[in-house]
Design a protein around this ligand. Sequence first.
Ligand code: NAD
Length: 225
Amino acid sequence: MIRLNDFRRIVFFTGAGLSAESGVPTYRGKGGLWEEYDYREYACQRAFDRDPGKVWDFHDERRRFIAAREPNDGHRIIASVPGATVITQNIDGLHQRAGSAGVLELHGSLWRVRCARCGTVTENPEAPIRSRRCACGTWLRPDIVWFEDMLDVETMRAAGDAIARCDLLVSVGTSGVVYPAADLPRLALARGAVAVEINPEETSLSPLYTHCLRGSASEMLARML
Ligand code: NAD
């Protein structure tokens, strides 16, 4: 069994499955968000340009929903590992609420907004948000990487650097189908790191990992303690 204590430079690479035990639905599969909602109406820049109020109604509902959820043992175990780097595809902020610092959020955050005109990015924990407009009058936009958006170059670079240096990569609750994020585990393996996949189901990336733990995030992470 792989033990977290045996490694010095650990990276956790997390996805929607980690937050599933907090009651946050994953994207794919039964009950997935994009089965119910069409992303072209709610989660892309074109939808926002067409009808920002409608896109904000959707995101305010996500804020209310996630504000009512709590981090689970999986988030807490990850936060308890000293010096570990957390790279997440999640936008829910649950890692930070569990106590993780310096989280690299590849797909942005539901809890930040940005103004296209001023270029400012601001933390905003309100659910629902009190003002959807910047002081300059422009609509604020959720600071999330929506469908068809580019990833933030600096965040991606920091994630790549951490992965290139790690001796253990633990991938938790990700289907590994969203690129370029899904390329990161390959980088760890190419550098000779031990790479563990935690997922109750096999994924298209499973054959790449040196170890696969089939079970829920919180149970399998507890086993690695
Ligand atoms: P995904 O929905 O594609 O895949 C989720 C994976 O988690 C699946 O492989 C599933 O088998 C696994 N899983 C389900 N329950 C689990 C559990 N209890 N423990 C461990 N694994 C479990 O999610 P993804 O790979 O993160 O990629 C989809 C995109 O969805 C990402 O871009 C992410 O930003 C976004 N997303 C984020 C949230 C969130 O912030 N909580 C929620 C949904 C989707």
